[in-house]
Design a protein. Structure first.
Lengths: 149, 122
């Protein structure tokens, strides 16, 4: 039987206040896709990190801007795209510092990408500053184990 | 209505205990940052952060620990973390915080840790 793809959209003003709403949206879709509690938490965390980067870095906390989330899943994977039209923040082009170095530098940031990469199966940036920046986060869906006799 | 995040501060001798409730993300992290800053400005460098009622953390919350711990340690103190629920603990572990912070089960363990190992020895 062909796999049916389902698509969901959420557009929110670019404010950290809306991160809780983003997490609810993602959590609900992940649950529909059949993720277990651990994967649900990880997916939610990754999308939170992605949106926080957009709100704070791409849009500089300008709440008149919007962040667009598109989620779709089929039997094999769940993909969330986070889009903005801001200055384009691509942390993957930056040096990833160790936690020890970040502590020594008294840095309060620099962990978001590492978190996204450690909990998602794929993380892709496609940056066109001022036009459209897109981050794609993919989680492969695990097939349930067949019952054993 | 209570907010999404709250901090209760108490003292155990010379140790400042910050008990966190709710979620710690990019929206609520500045409040946590102000509480840590307040302790430091008051000369209280021995800080326990109790997370029994912390339901969620993202890197913005972890960044507060990261940004202040060096100042605190240079002044003979430390930030010790206790009471993490499993999913929050997982985030600390994913980023390797257990290698660079004392993370213990309970508030009393954290306070005892200040007796056993007052300053982080690496």
């Amino acid at each position: 039987m062909a796999s049916i793809e389902r698509t969901f959209l959420l557009k929110v003003p670019s404010s950290t206040q809306n991160l809780a709403l983003v997490r609810e949206f993602v959590n609900s879709i992940g649950a529909q896709a059949g993720l277990d509690e651990r994967d649900l938490f990880q997916l939610t965390l990754a999308v939170d990190e992605a949106c926080a980067n957009v709100i704070e870095h791409a849009y500089g906390n300008d709440a008149t801007k919007e962040v667009l989330l598109t989620a779709n899943f089929d039997d094999n994977s769940l993909e969330i795209r986070v889009e903005d039209t801001g200055v384009g923040f691509d942390p993957s082009g930056r040096e990833q510092k160790s936690l020890e170095t970040l502590i020594a530098e008294r840095s309060k940031g620099g962990l978001g990408l590492k978190l996204m990469q450690s909990v998602m199966d794929e993380v892709h940036y496609d940056i066109e500053p001022g036009r459209k920046n897109q981050l794609r986060l993919v989680k492969n869906l695990r097939k349930p184990e067949p019952p054993t006799e | 209505m209570s907010g999404p995040f709250a901090i209760e501060e108490s003292m155990e001798g010379e140790i400042s205990v910050l008990s966190l409730t709710g979620y710690l993300d990019a929206h609520t992290a500045p409040e946590f940052e102000r509480a840590i800053q307040h302790s430091i400005e008051a000369g209280r460098f021995k800080i326990v952060v109790e997370c029994r009622h912390l339901t969620y953390i993202s890197s913005a919350g972890l960044g507060v620990f990261m940004g202040f711990v060096e100042d605190v340690r240079e002044n003979g103190g430390d930030i010790k973390i206790c009471g993490l629920i499993p999913k929050v603990h997982q985030v600390f572990e994913l980023l390797g915080f257990q290698e660079l912070f004392h993370i213990v089960d309970s508030r009393s363990d954290a306070i005892q840790k200040f007796v056993d190992v007052p300053v982080w020895e690496g």
